[in-house]
Ligand binder design. Structure first.
Ligand code: HEC
Ligand code: HEC
Ligand code: HEC
Length: 363
């Protein structure tokens, strides 16, 4: 007769009889409390270390799942003549046939359902947290600290310091999510073997087309008119003379709701496509620029060599549709020259300049 007690006993006995299932059960039982406790303290915001996150989500969660698979295989697949299956078909047939014994089958089903539900819950919550962890700035920048330090430092002082790395480097959608995890695995290998390029070479040729990421937040078709920009500089004279250059920047717009395409962002007008051919890795030697309009008409501009530079057989050449990054290649990893950095600090008053300290004693 199958009672709850005999079922649990049967499971435990089955596990004991199989080495694979025993190891699996050991893993599961040891890791379970760690996962539960970690989920609680993490949701309360107590853990900050990206390394602990990596151990929990990158190692323990997988070991926990492996433990379950091992128990399953040990109990049901790797049975030998010496250890027959725990509950064979005849067992079940008997119980289903007789209504009086059906009660114990119900107990078995309830037991299995409960264990499965509890495990699915734990794995589900952990997988959900793990997904968010792998999309966090902590994971991208801090876990891989040595490699990402220059980018992370520049990022923290940029207008995008509250935009997560993944918003620009991966964006939304399953396709790029999978792609990023695959390239991530390759990069992890390159870091462990120390074979990655230092500094990391740009432009990044495998970056997701910028329009799919930047335009989640910015809409150039809505920019319009001109923008007055003031550039501040301090001369190297005794007075640190403050020189201001004022430029009227034609920020312009793409074609949208009856607006005329004009200015800088007319280049990313959805009704036109501008592409260019380049022949070097840096995409600096450009031999042809092509504009294709909505009606299919096109204008092609070529260098005097008539495109021969691009076709010279360089394996690093190619063609590209102009997008945000061909102009805004440093939107967040902004590396200032020493002069620019000093000008900024003088401007903000972090470093006093001669005139400021005299004229404004409070700075
Ligand atoms: C606003 C969007 C944006 C955000 C946010 C962002 N990046 Fe980038 N990242 C870029 C762009 C654009 C490039 C340069 C691509 C190019 O030149 O081809 C880049 C380049 C890089 C590079 C290559 C080396 C370099 O300096 O160009 C690394 C590494 C990098 N990012 C890591 C990170 C990390 C880590 C974070 C989060 C801390 C992050 N990025 C956040 C847009 C972003
Ligand atoms: C998740 C939203 C988000 C994404 C994605 C994003 N940005 Fe931004 N961007 C912002 C915010 C927020 C600011 C800061 C606005 C401010 O400070 O006024 C900003 C500012 C800017 C600025 C103005 C900087 C300045 O000095 O005033 C530029 C240029 C820019 N982003 C370009 C880009 C490019 C190029 C991409 C794609 C690689 C991109 N952004 C992706 C949110 C985003
Ligand atoms: C042909 C070069 C070029 C392209 C392509 C380009 N931009 Fe710009 N963008 C500029 C220039 C130049 C400015 C003005 C300079 C500044 O404000 O510092 C600017 C300004 C901006 C600003 C600040 C606008 C404001 O009013 O403050 C944002 C945001 C921006 N661009 C986003 C984008 C996005 C997103 C794309 C891609 C869809 C894009 N840009 C494509 C050259 C370009």
């Amino acid at each position: 007769m199958l009672t709850t007690k005999t079922i649990i006993k049967g499971f435990l006995k089955g596990i004991r009889q199989s080495t694979v299932a025993s190891i699996g059960a050991g893993l599961t039982v040891a890791i379970l409390p760690v996962l539960v406790v970690y989920a609680v303290i993490e949701s309360l915001g107590f853990v900050e270390s990206p390394h602990v996150g990596f151990v929990v989500y990158g190692v323990l969660t997988w070991a926990f799942i492996l433990g379950h698979v091992m128990v399953f295989i040990g109990l049901f697949v790797l049975r030998s003549k010496k250890y027959p299956p725990l509950f064979d078909q005849d067992d079940f047939k008997d119980h289903f046939a007789e209504s009086s014994r059906f009660n114990s089958v119900r107990k078995l089903i309830l037991f299995v359902a409960f264990v499965t539900f509890a495990n699915v819950m734990i794995i589900g919550v952990t997988a959900y947290n793990g997904y968010h962890y792998s999309e966090s700035v902590d994971f991208c920048a801090k876990l891989c600290h040595k490699v990402m330090m220059p980018e992370y430092t520049a990022y923290q002082n940029s207008p995008h310091s509250r935009v997560a790395c993944v918003e620009c480097h991966i964006g939304t959608g399953a396709k790029w999510f999978v792609k990023s995890k695959l390239t991530g695995t390759r990069q992890l290998l390159a870091v462990s073997l120390n074979t990655y390029a230092q500094p990391i070479a740009t432009p990044i040729h495998s970056l997701r087309p910028a329009r799919e990421t930047c335009e989640e937040c910015h809409r150039p078709e809505l920019f319009h008119g001109n923008k007055l920009k003031i550039f501040d500089k301090f001369l190297e004279d005794e007075e640190n003379t403050h020189v201001q250059t004022v430029l009227l920047v034609r920020v312009g717009t793409g074609e949208f709701q009856g607006r005329r395409a004009e200015g800088i962002h007319g280049t990313v007008n959805p009704k036109r496509t501008i592409s260019f051919k380049y022949s070097d890795f840096k995409r600096e030697i450009i031999s042809e620029v092509k504009l294709v309009r909505e009606d299919g008409s096109e204008d092609v501009y070529k260098t005097e060599e008539d495109g021969t530079v691009a076709d010279a057989g360089s394996h690093e050449g190619g063609s590209k549709i102009l997008d945000c990054l061909d102009c805004h290649n440093r939107p967040t990893h902004i590396y200032l020259s020493p002069e620019e950095a000093l000008d900024q600090k003088l401007m903000s008053g972090e470093i006093p300049h001669c005139r400021t300290s005299k004229d404004r004693p409070w700075t």
